[in-house]
Design a protein around this ligand. Structure first.
Ligand code: HEM
Length: 443
């Protein structure tokens, strides 16, 4: 039987490794739905059509497991939600999902507002200085997630240690993913020693906190308590320490860099388009006035939400989502064989001129008329889609809404780095971070 494939991507596959974002856009230009290239006998499909993405991530998701990239991450994260498959994933997702429901995130709103105000008090003392906004958002979001996970009393040196280790581990994992040769972990390489050292450091912290909480239970509503209390509705079983450690690591790693990058790009875009920043400030004044942003009032800030969505449309923190076909299949009439690689081209989909007017412009108001529901959820998918959609999406949105509201109200700053280049590592990072000059902090 002839093999029915879409039009082949004409450039060398090496270009994808060298310039993934350029390839992502060129692939959309070549075919607005999907294309493929071959590396030896490996087929790699680049998919940006919403129908095909919906099929892969939702309709037949069981046939599309996470690919090689996620297998590599298992060394760092263990068997947490992000990396496991099949029934084990299903069970874990059922167990953890309730802890992430929007109404459970009331305390996140409070913690986010408090941590952001603490940071702004520090910034006030640094008026006139140049700061790396991306690094500062890193410090802030680790502070937030540590307190949401372990309670507001978590010691500052633990937060600092987690921040440092998560950054190092993210860098090591990114290098490994991009390397053409994957050296085994048992080889005595400096990078392997470093990875082991920092994983061990994180293990000590995570197991220490878990043990502590099992011995001294609290009635607080932090995530660790919710995870400790979670019981499978069918078997009544909870998670053991190893599973808890893997889920905590996953939450730190999956939720940290993504949110930091999103905030960096959002503020980069706002600064490049001052009228949009003005509109955000005006909405803040009208809806919040002098009130602290909280779970209820930020949900009424439609423009704030549009700004976040538009920033993530242009610079999706997870620019690609990888899958591997388990059994022979057809996607939109094209043949797929077991082992074929699928790259869900989120970056390309978000800039596909077939669906977006002026796709490269930052226009938050476009989301006034773009409802993120039905098939549109596969045209705009910063959090992925289908059953494996990001479990932290409400968490991340609420956190960013509150941080944005407070930054817009209290801080005046200018871009120092005028042209920031995106670097597609595991996530879409701004090279060198977004550097800004703090002009004024009014509290
Ligand atoms: C702007 C911020 C974020 C973005 C853009 C983002 C993006 C994504 C994407 C695209 C996926 C799907 C990956 C795939 O299908 O292969 C995902 C999964 C996941 N994310 Fe996020 N994420 C963000 C924040 C967070 C936060 C704050 C947390 C935790 C607190 C989190 C935890 C997870 C987990 C555990 C998964 C795996 C879910 C599963 O497979 O069941 N993420 N994320």
């Amino acid at each position: 039987m002839p093999f029915n494939a879409p039009t082949r991507y004409p450039e060398s596959p090496r270009l994808f490794l060298k310039s993934p974002l350029g390839t992502a856009l060129a692939a959309v230009e070549q075919d607005p739905d999907m294309t493929y290239f071959r590396i030896l006998n490996r087929y790699v499909y680049i998919v940006h059509s919403p129908q095909a993405i919906k099929y892969i991530l939702q309709e037949n998701y069981k046939n599309y497991h996470k690919g090689r990239g996620y297998e590599l991450l298992t060394y760092f994260l263990g068997k947490g939600l992000l990396t496991i498959e099949g029934e084990a994933w299903h069970r874990q997702r059922r167990l953890i999902q309730p802890a992430f429901h929007r109404e459970k995130l009331q305390s996140l709103a409070q913690v986010t507002a408090n941590c952001t105000m603490n940071l702004l008090r520090e910034w006030q003392k640094r008026e006139g200085e140049t700061i790396n906004f991306t690094q500062e958002m890193g410090r802030l979001t680790i502070d937030i997630v540590s307190r949401v996970l372990f309670g507001t009393q978590v010691a500052p040196d633990i937060v600092q240690s987690v921040w440092h280790s998560v950054n190092i581990l993210n860098g090591l994992a990114a290098n490994r993913l991009r390397s053409p040769i994957i050296w085994p972990f048992w080889l005595p390489l400096i990078s392997n020693f470093k990875a082991k050292w920092y994983i061990e450091k994180m293990n000590k912290i995570m197991y220490g906190l878990i043990r502590d909480r099992r011995q001294n239970p609290t009635d607080g509503h932090d995530l660790l308590n919710m995870l400790l209390e979670a019981r499978d509705e069918e078997t009544g079983e909870g998670m053991n320490d190893r599973q808890l450690r893997d889920e905590l690591m996953t939450i730190f790693v999956a939720g940290h860099e993504t949110t930091v990058n999103a905030l960096s790009w959002i503020w980069y875009c706002l600064k490049k388009n001052p009228d949009t920043e003005q509109r955000l400030r005006a909405e803040n004044d009208t809806i919040l006035g002098t009130q602290m942003p909280n779970f209820d009032n930020v949900s009424r800030m439609a423009y704030n939400t549009n700004v976040i969505n538009e920033g993530m449309r242009l610079y999706p923190p997870a620019m690609f989502v990888g899958r591997k076909a388990m059994a022979a299949d057809q996607i939109c009439g094209y043949d797929i064989r077991p082992g074929h690689t699928i790259v869900v081209n989120i970056y390309g989909a978000h800039r596909n001129p077939k669906y977006w007017d002026k796709p490269n412009d930052f226009m938050p108001e476009r989301f006034d008329s773009f409802a993120i529901k039905g098939d549109n959820r596969f045209v705009f998918l910063p959090f992925g889609g289908g059953p494996r959609i990001c479990i932290g999406n409400n968490f991340a949105m609420l956190e960013m809404q509150i941080i944005n509201a407070l930054l817009a109200r209290h801080v005046q700053f200018d871009l120092v780095s005028q042209h920031v280049v995106p670097d597609p590592q595991i996530t879409l990072k701004p090279v060198g971070g977004v550097v800004v000059k703090l002009n004024q902090v009014t509290l």
